[in-house]
Design a protein around this ligand. Structure first.
Ligand SMILES: [Zn+2]
Length: 341
């Protein structure tokens, strides 16, 4: 139990010369993922990271999630000194009070008041937010959406995370739950989603989507190499098997990617018709999403947007901040709330 004295012992801040200037920009950002907890000490104005920590998400004992996050925070404080505030990102629906209402990728944390828990343990300001919203804030302030007051940021991993910047601000909605484009229904006769619905955009446009589309081909007696790479069990096909088959020049893997790009473009086209953003940013850990793929999607999107030939082309760009975007964005969110944008 490392209770931290907010008054701060100056002797612990030995690494920071001119303590007040350094301390005023020291924030902690935490990103809770399905497999790991990532934490950074960062200056939210520049994205400059002073310290980083990782720990596994306690999957077998979800009750320990808050404690595990707190332990990462404690280590970062020990290394860099107390921050101005702490921001946390969690994968799920987070309300305006920072309470998690729905998080299918981190079972057992329903109703978790992670901000309240950390506030109690460390006695400093803490804010919790949806993880994709945090990543979007980071891309908006420091990355690929910088300079755009209207932006759509899509994160394609196992599922799809998303966030909308409208008028220079994150769109949070009436309850804090806005920005879940992955669960727009795009195919009524499609695949079952992790959320329980059928035909969500993420069932065809995420890592899970690559697997689902591969299984469509398997059902047609195709995608033999992908199936082989998955050990012969279609249920075990994952995005990386498609990537691996692609790298070998497998034609059916190319067909999977072609259908996938079509779905990605349709979803983005709908979002452009709805929101008229100045830029669309694609991020996430899928290796198939490279510059070539983005160029392909960009080419298809025009045909899916209302009045496509008669409006400016919306740039589609790769995210710039990498896997730490969520943690950096969590710190930006904390600074926005407790200091000001
Ligand atoms: Zn869904």
């Amino acid at each position: 139990m490392s209770a931290v004295d907010r008054s701060g012992d100056p002797s612990t801040g030995s690494s920071t010369a001119g303590a007040s200037a350094g301390d005023a920009n020291r924030f902690i950002g935490i990103d809770l993922g399905g497999t790991k907890i990532m934490g950074v000490v960062v200056d939210p104005r520049t994205g400059e990271i002073a310290a980083r920590r990782k720990a596994p998400t306690p999957k077998d004992d979800p009750g320990r999630t808050a404690t595990a996050i707190g332990d990462v925070v404690a280590e970062l404080i020990e290394e860099s000194g107390p921050p101005v505030a702490i921001g946390v990102g969690v994968p799920g629906l987070v309300d305006h009070h920072g309470v998690l209402h729905y998080g299918p990728n981190v079972p057992g944390v329903l109703g978790l008041d992670i901000a309240g828990d950390l506030r109690g343990r460390f006695g400093m300001p803490v804010v919790a937010e949806n993880d994709a919203n945090n990543a979007a804030l980071a891309e908006h302030r420091l990355g690929a959406a910088k300079g755009h007051d209207h932006a759509v940021i899509i994160t394609q991993g196992t599922g799809i995370g998303g966030a909308l910047i409208i008028g220079g601000r994150l769109l949070r909605g009436a309850n804090g739950f806005a920005g879940e484009p992955g669960h727009m229904l795009v195919d009524a006769r499609g695949h079952v989603c992790a959320c329980g619905n059928t035909g969500c955009w993420e069932t065809v446009s995420s890592g899970a989507g690559l697997a689902n589309i591969s299984r469509e081909l398997v059902a047609e007696g195709r995608a033999v190499r992908i199936l082989e790479l998955a050990g012969g069990d279609a249920a075990l096909i994952r995005g990386e098997h498609v990537s691996a088959a692609m790298a070998e020049g497998d034609a059916d893997a190319a067909e999977v990617l072609d259908r996938f790009a079509g779905w990605v473009a349709e979803g983005i086209g709908s979002l452009i018709s709805l929101l008229d953003p100045g830029v669309v940013v694609l991020g996430g850990g899928l290796t198939v999403i490279n510059q070539h793929f983005i160029a392909d999607v960009r080419e298809r999107v025009g045909a899916t947007v209302v009045g496509g030939p008669y409006r400016p082309v919306v740039p589609i760009r790769a995210a710039q901040l990498g896997p730490e975007a969520g943690a950096i964005g969590a710190a930006i969110n904390a600074r926005d709330l407790f200091v000001g944008p």
